[in-house]
Design a protein around this ligand. Sequence first.
Ligand SMILES: Nc1ncnc2c1ncn2[C@@H]1O[C@H](COP(=O)(O)OP(=O)(O)OP(=O)(O)O)[C@@H](O)[C@H]1O
Ligand code: NI
Length: 349
Amino acid sequence: MQQTHTAAVSDPIFEVRDVSVSFDMDRGESRVLDEVDIDIQRGEILGVVGESGSGKSMFASALLDAVVDPGVLTGDISFHPEDGPSVDLLDRSDDEDIKDIRWRQIAMVFQGAMSSFNPTMTIEDHFRETLSIHDYDVEEGMERARDLLSDLYLEADQVLGSHPHELSGGMSQRALIALALVLEPEVLVMDEPTAALDLLMQRSIIELIKDIARERDLTIVFITHDLPLVANLADRLAVLYAFEFIEVGPADDVLTGAKHPYTRALLNATPNLDTPREEMRPIEGAAPDPVNVPEGCSYHPRCPMADETCVREDPPLDGDDDAHAAACHYVERVPDEVPLTIREVTIND
Ligand SMILES: Nc1ncnc2c1ncn2[C@@H]1O[C@H](COP(=O)(O)OP(=O)(O)OP(=O)(O)O)[C@@H](O)[C@H]1O
Ligand code: NI
């Protein structure tokens, strides 16, 4: 597995502090991201995993300051580009500059490329339009586009001349990744970018993302509910439960020595990391409703270890070293009380 070259020295490209997102609902305040703190290191691939509805996409929207109305985003997100001054992404005073930074330096790829493309335009039109909107040299940019498409094992001329519907799902998803990279961003945020594809295509795109990240010094935030998929990709894993990170650490450490009962349940739902998703066992109980998150540790209603303390006190996310942290009152007892039933952790590289 790839080791992040920034593991020893902290060189964050993002510092996320106390970031929350809430919606005012008829049923009450819905807090769909709850005082989240995390550093994202320059050049790393951070895998963000969690069940459906845990807040993964909200975290992505927060990083891009793109939370949909009427969601309210609060907290601080500092962005430290390689060249140029650091910016507070949530500072509203100079909006235009910040928007520009967001688009040039932080790119986003969603699942379902089809809905991201305009069906009446060719793929080439999309590249040209993106380049000219952001004041890039279009011809130079098109050179880059061809290189990117070839790096993604696409026939550049053929793809550029096509309309979106003429491409297969795998081809259009790769074209979308190339489009996201043509402005040479420093960060690529990917929210379930391969979810609509078959397993083989997912795996091959993961390999391509790895290569491109290394070659271009990209920082990648890769969001998925699919732990086996990201296990082969991420340098570090961050596990979301009930709108908070409950475990963060180097991918190998989290996969082989998960500290939080929930992460262990997630791993146990995955008999081995090559298990097709259809064969995964579900975790018992339901994920919390954002209007009604349990007091204390939000995992306590589902946790086999929960006691009075867990019902009352929300455990902080910390560990003996900063590198691998978990939010559980009883971290020391977890390995004995929630054994890993996983037969074998296969980490391919
Ligand atoms: N526009 C919205 N208004 C109100 N609540 C929302 C809105 N969008 C999402 N939510 C709620 O925010 C919570 C987190 O949603 P989010 O989309 O981040 O989950 P997710 O982890 O990405 O799930 P999935 O794996 O299904 O994509 C959910 O409870 C969801 O219902
Ligand atoms: Ni989502």
